[in-house]
Design a binder for this molecule. Structure first.
Ligand SMILES: Cc1ncc(C[n+]2csc(CCOP(=O)(O)OP(=O)(O)O)c2C)c(N)n1
Ligand SMILES: [Mg+2]
Length: 443
């Protein structure tokens, strides 16, 4: 009986469908679960732009810092521009020193942001300082923009007693700072993407922060190959939340070039598949990044929904201190990319054209920043690490589970036995406050 009824309804539907085809082949009738117009032309598609052209890249400044005709500049004055430029320059200054410090064996690891200064500082500037940020690992500049000091950076990278991020328990550049609304970096790629959807949903549910704050999630185009990318976008698409996805497309996932990471039109093309407003922007043009992120943030708040920004740049440095990129790309290519569309040069030339900058200011800034970084490095190097016992405390919200207790006791026993008699241990212990003695009494 039921089966007959369904069959009858199907037949009626087919009749309706057949009748509804107009002479032009397009009908106003819709299928029950979609608003898709009905057509009689057999046509496949493979572009979100509706043509064979790729998604365009939004730009404000040309390659030599001249505003493109018709492009709208963000409202910035001399002081603000100088602040932007100063933070952009601070990144390579820190990178130069910390990269070399790692090479000297003084810190264990480092990652530079060479070439991505405009993407990172421009995004940071367009966010509210209390928007929640979930980074991948190359976003130290967001913290610097928010007031994280050079000493704070050094403390984290050296893992010394002043490391507020994690008391020296994290790898270098795995920053975290609740005070700066910067969630702790974790190495497994893309985990921050679904987490950001959750953070943004929590913001939306909080009457104090709803319509005020968003969650901004940075990731590389390589991380977008992870399942978590799709899980995250799906989450913020179906359970809407003000999540701003910022993809730093720097052309590489370690040695894999982006040409081997996707066959489609980059990362921006994936947004519309999830009903997410998306844009591609020139990530080497800080003014374009500021405009794109400002508008994206506004949409997040107004619609309570996610937005995706794909910022195009080029990773000028090696992936990390564990990488030698000349094993998989030509030096000449890198040298070319340093010159063409260089984000720092472009913005500097723009500032000069406004009468906001000159050679003297450039020399003063570079000398000052370099001196600040070197002094801070020397201070950080001289500081001790946290007490060794801190390795075991407040890992689980103040509790000490049985396995952590066992590990603490075992280390204490080993230290008692070998701590002073075996030279490598003696010298290692001398780097901690109290030379690790706090742990000896903790059995
Ligand atoms: C789940 C997972 N797989 C692999 C890695 C190793 N890994 C670390 S960084 C990286 C490349 C990421 O590239 P991208 O997301 O484009 O960021 P970029 O380094 O270019 O800023 C890879 C494969 C990892 N950390 N986590
Ligand atoms: Mg990349």
């Amino acid at each position: 009986m039921i089966r007959t009824a369904i069959a009858a309804r199907r037949t009626a539907g087919n009749v309706l469908y057949a009748r509804s085809l107009s002479t032009t082949g397009v009908t106003r009738n819709k299928l029950p679960t979609t608003n898709s117009p009905i057509v009689n032309r057999l046509e496949f598609f493979n572009s979100v732009t509706g043509s064979s052209a790729q998604i365009p890249t939004y730009r404000v400044l040309d390659g030599v810092g001249k505003p493109i005709e018709g492009a709208e500049l963000p409202e910035i004055d001399k002081d603000y521009a100088r602040r932007l430029y100063e933070k952009m320059q601070l990144l390579p200054a820190l990178d130069n020193v910390l990269y070399n410090v790692q090479r000297q064996g003084k810190i264990s690891f480092y990652m530079t942001a060479y070439g991505e200064e405009a993407t990172i500082i421009g995004s940071a500037a367009a966010l509210a300082s209390d928007d929640e940020v979930l980074g991948q690992y190359r976003e130290m500049g967001v913290l610097l923009w928010r007031g994280f000091t050079i000493d704070d950076v050094m403390a984290q990278c050296f893992g010394n007693e002043n490391d507020k991020s994690g008391k020296g328990r994290q790898m270098p550049v795995h920053f975290g700072s609740p005070e700066h609304h910067f969630h702790t970096i974790s190495s497994p790629l893309a985990t921050q993407i679904p987490q950001a959807a959750g953070v943004a949903y929590a913001l939306k549910r909080d009457p104090q922060r709803r319509s005020k704050n968003i969650a901004a999630c940075f990731f590389g185009e390589g991380a977008a190959s992870e399942g978590d990318f799709h899980a995250g976008l799906m989450l913020s698409s179906t359970i809407p939340s003000p999540t701003l996805y910022i993809c730093r497309n720097n052309g590489f996932a370690i040695s894999t070039p982006s040409t081997e990471q996707y066959y489609g039109d980059g990362i921006a093309a994936r947004g519309p598949g999830y009903g997410i407003d998306s844009i591609r922007v020139d990530g080497n043009d800080i003014l374009a990044v500021i405009n794109a992120i400002t508008e994206a943030r506004k949409r997040c708040l107004e619609q309570g929904r996610a937005v995706l920004v794909e910022a195009m740049s080029y990773r000028v440095g090696h992936h990390s201190t564990s990488d030698d990129s000349f094993a998989y790309r030509a030096r000449a290519e890198v040298e070319d990319r340093k010159r063409i569309d260089n984000p720092l040069t472009r913005f500097r030339l723009f500032m000069e054209s406004q009468g906001w900058w000159n050679d003297e200011a450039e020399a003063e800034l570079k000398a000052r920043i370099r001196a600040d970084v070197m002094q801070s490095f020397k201070r950080a190097e001289a500081l001790k690490r946290c007490e060794l016992g801190e390795l075991f405390t407040d890992v689980y919200g103040g509790e000490e589970p049985w396995n952590i207790r066992e590990q603490r006791e075992e280390l204490a026993q080993l230290l008692k036995k070998y701590g002073q008699v075996w030279e490598p241990w003696r010298s290692e212990l001398s780097k901690f406050k109290n030379n690790g003695k706090d742990l000896l009494g903790s059995q």
